[in-house]
Design a protein around this ligand. Structure first.
Ligand code: DGJ
Length: 338
């Protein structure tokens, strides 16, 4: 990946100018991607923050053995909680490990971040009013009955993050989740709720730390997970997966004129081989690339359920050029292609 990342770096530096047609591919789907220390990038179920000229990639830091607990009546494969990792990059190419910015809490078995619990899908947003970096994640018990959101806050993108605790936003279950900040600075948490049947959009307070109490129920009974939200030309989009534990299923794209809804499902955006299985991936974030007008990267996890630490990544540009919005398969690609 390092060699590939160098290629992408020069491509991005040249942004806006002609780029050598034979520039090597920068993103190779599903391979092991290395950080600047040569270690595999470990940031699953992740999200991105662009702040002061740098990208920050946060995700689940998964290490150690994957186990299927004795009590499991479904494929509740798990690794112990290690914490939330952060990587930084000036160009989406070379990634520097910034550490575990929200680490596991090993000495308190009741803590949400104890290794025996579940910590998934961290997303960090910057609050311009408070100057704080706010992290939301899915705080779970090992058996997935807790269904809460956890919130942590920091003064710097790389932490350290102070954990504030967990709760059910608007008294409703909160599992797979993301946070979206609109152009007016208002933030919203999107969360799979009601036993993953219905997706809640919870408006957040001005400090982004709590729900305001205003929320909408969307995709009722449609079992949407893994929400990834973005805005383009004044419209809101949500990429999501179905609900089949760690196994892949068909992605769907939905659109809305207003962030709280109503939302309309457009259909399956992926095209190409295994598109109906989202290329064996599951959405986690959509990144609008800075300085590359129109380049939105759909980020997916390719979970390896029996060895979660070896799960991989798929990043694909979204194609807005045709009649419909698609995510075509590309084995490898470079932003310089755009
Ligand atoms: C699907 C979710 O999208 C993942 O984040 C994780 O919670 C798995 N289910 C657990 O089975």
């Amino acid at each position: 990946m390092k060699k590939l990342l160098c290629a992408i770096a020069s491509a991005v530096i040249c942004c806006g100018q002609a780029i050598a047609a034979d520039a090597p591919a920068a993103i190779e789907q599903g391979t092991v991607w290395l950080d600047t220390d040569g270690n595999p990038i470990n940031a699953h179920g992740g999200g991105m923050l662009y702040h002061d000229g740098k990208y920050y990639w946060y995700g689940e830091y998964k290490t150690g053995e994957t186990v299927l607990p004795d009590w499991a009546t479904w494929e509740a494969y798990r690794t112990d909680v290690t914490g939330v990792s952060c990587y930084s990059s000036p160009d989406l190419t070379t990634w520097t490990f910034e550490g575990i910015v929200l680490p596991a809490v090993k000495d308190d078995p009741d803590h949400d971040l104890h290794p025996s619990k579940v910590c998934e899908r961290p997303k960090v947003v910057y609050n311009a009013k408070t100057g704080k970096f706010v992290m939301w994640f899915h705080a779970e018990s090992a058996d997935y009955s807790k269904a809460c959101a956890g919130v942590a806050v920091a003064d710097s993108p790389t932490g350290p993050y102070t954990y504030l605790g967990s709760f059910r936003p608007n008294e409703a279950m909160s599992r797979d989740q993301t946070v979206f900040v609109d152009d007016d600075g208002k933030a919203y948490q999107f969360a799979s709720s009601e036993n993953n049947q219905t997706l809640y959009i919870n408006e957040l307070t001005d400090d982004y730390l709590r729900p305001t109490g205003r929320f909408t129920r969307n995709f009722i009974g449609m079992s949407r997970e893994a929400p990834a939200v973005f805005k383009r030309d004044g419209k809101y989009y949500m990429l999501s997966s179905g609900c089949t534990a760690w196994d892949p299923n068909k992605a769907e794209l939905a659109v809305a004129d207003s962030v709280m809804g109503p939302w309309t499902t457009i259909g399956e955006p992926c095209t190409g081989p295994e598109a109906d299985k989202t290329f064996y991936g599951q959405s986690t974030y959509v990144l609008p690339v800075q300085g590359k007008d129109g380049l939105y990267i759909a980020m997916f996890d390719r979970w390896k359920k029996t060895d979660l630490a070896d799960s991989r990544y798929i990043w694909l540009p979204i194609d807005f050029s045709g009649e419909s919005i698609t995510i075509p398969w590309r084995e490898s690609w470079s932003p310089s292609d755009f």
